[in-house]
Ligand binder design. Structure first.
Ligand code: SF4
Length: 296
C-alpha cells in the first residue's frame, strides 16, 4: 500500500487532511516469511508432533495460529521425545543440533540464511584464533548461537562503550554483528577497536532487510508528527526500530496490536507514519491505517 491521504475532522468540525505514510519495507522480512513458509510446509508434510525451539517468530498472534496448525514452541529440547523440531530464524547452538539428532528427531532448519552467514563468520574467527567480539544483545538467542560458534575466546558487547579496551589491547580481534544491529553501533565499535588491536577483522553481518527498513522508517519519521511501530515487545528488531524512530520523532508509539492505539496520541497531528518489525504481518500496518482513517 502506498502512502495515502485520508480526511479527519479538526477541532472546529472541518475536514483536515491527515496524511498516512505506510512503510513499504516494514513487516515480514525475507527470513521470517521463509521460516513461516517452512513451518507451514512442515505442518503438512513432516512427522508429528512438530515443535519449534522457542517461538518461531516474536509475534504472539502468529505463534498461536501456528499452534492451531500443529506447530507448537518448546523452550528446551528435553521437552520433545519424538517427531520434528524446526530451528527458527535466530538459529541454535551446534550442541542443540547434535542433541536433537541423538534423540532421533527430524530437523527442519529455518535459520535465516543471513544468520547462517554470521554463524559461519563467527566459527571462522574462532577457528583462526581471533578473539571474537560479538556486537549484540547478551541473552538474545541469535547471539547465544554466535557465541557457541565462535568458541571460548569471545566477548559480547551491546555497544562500543561496554567494551573493556584492556581485553582487546594488542590482540588479533575479529568482529561479528547480530543481524539486527544498527549500523551506527558497528561504526562506533569499529572506531573504538581500531587503535587498540594488533589486527582487526570486521565482518559486517548486519542484515540488509533490517537496515533498509530502519532507513525508510527514519525517513518517514522525519516527515511525520507521530509514528506507529507495530510488533512484539519481545522482538529485538521491532524494539530497535521504535527506539530509532523515537530519536527522530518523540511521538513514537510501539504497539503489539491495533487495539492498543489511542485517539489522544494523534490530536492535532497532520501526518502519521506507520511501520512494523520484521516479525509483524504486513496487514497489521493496513489495519492501523484503517483505524487512523476512522478517527473523528
Ligand atoms: S531480519 Fe534479516 S537476518 Fe533477521 S530473519 Fe529477517 S532477513 Fe533474516
Amino acid at each position: 500500500m502506498s502512502p495515502g491521504t485520508i480526511p479527519e475532522k479538526n477541532e472546529a468540525g472541518g475536514d483536515i487532511p491527515v496524511k498516512i505514510l505506510i512503510s513499504k519495507r516494514g513487516g515480514y522480512c525475507y527470513g521470517v516469511q521463509r521460516a513461516l513458509d517452512i513451518a507451514q510446509r512442515a505442518a503438512k508434510d513432516s512427522p508429528s508432533p512438530i515443535h519449534t525451539m522457542g517461538p518461531i517468530i516474536h509475534n504472539p498472534g502468529v505463534v498461536r495460529e501456528l499452534a492451531e496448525a500443529g506447530v507448537s514452541p518448546v523452550e528446551r529440547l528435553e521437552e520433545v521425545t519424538e517427531g520434528t523440531i524446526i530451528l527458527r530464524t535466530h538459529g541454535v547452538t551446534p550442541a542443540v543440533i547434535t542433541d536433537a539428532r541423538s534423540l532421533g528427531l527430524a530437523i527442519v532448519d529455518a535459520t535465516c540464511p543471513y544468520v547462517k552467514v554470521a554463524q559461519e563468520k563467527a566459527s571462522f574467527l574462532g577457528g583462526q584464533g581471533y578473539l571474537t567480539v560479538i556486537l549484540g544483545e547478551h541473552e538474545h538467542p541469535e547471539v547465544v548461537a554466535l557465541v557457541a560458534n565462535a568458541g571460548e575466546k569471545t566477548i559480547v558487547v551491546e555497544n562500543a562503550e561496554e567494551l573493556d579496551l584492556g581485553q582487546v589491547s594488542g590482540k588479533r580481534v575479529g568482529v561479528v554483528v547480530q543481524t539486527t544491529q544498527a549500523s551506527a553501533n558497528l561504526a562506533a565499535l569499529a572506531s573504538r577497536l581500531s587503535p587498540a588491536c594488533r589486527e582487526l577483522l570486521i565482518f559486517n553481518t548486519m542484515c540488509n532487510a533490517t537496515q533498509k527498513c530502519q532507513d525508510e522508517a527514519l525517513s518517514l519519521a522525519r516527515q511525520a508528527g507521530a509514528v506507529v511501530v507495530i510488533g512484539g515487545r519481545n522482538s529485538a528488531n521491532t524494539t530497535r526500530l521504535a527506539q530509532l524512530c523515537s530519536e527522530v520523532q518523540p511521538n513514537t508509539y510501539h504497539i503489539e496490536d491495533v487495539g492498543e492505539l489511542r485517539q489522544e496520541w494523534f490530536d492535532g497531528i497532520e501526518t502519521v507514519a506507520i511501520t512494523a518489525g520484521a516479525s509483524t504481518p504486513p496487514e497489521q500496518m493496513e489495519d492501523a491505517a484503517s483505524w487512523l482513517s476512522s478517527l473523528g
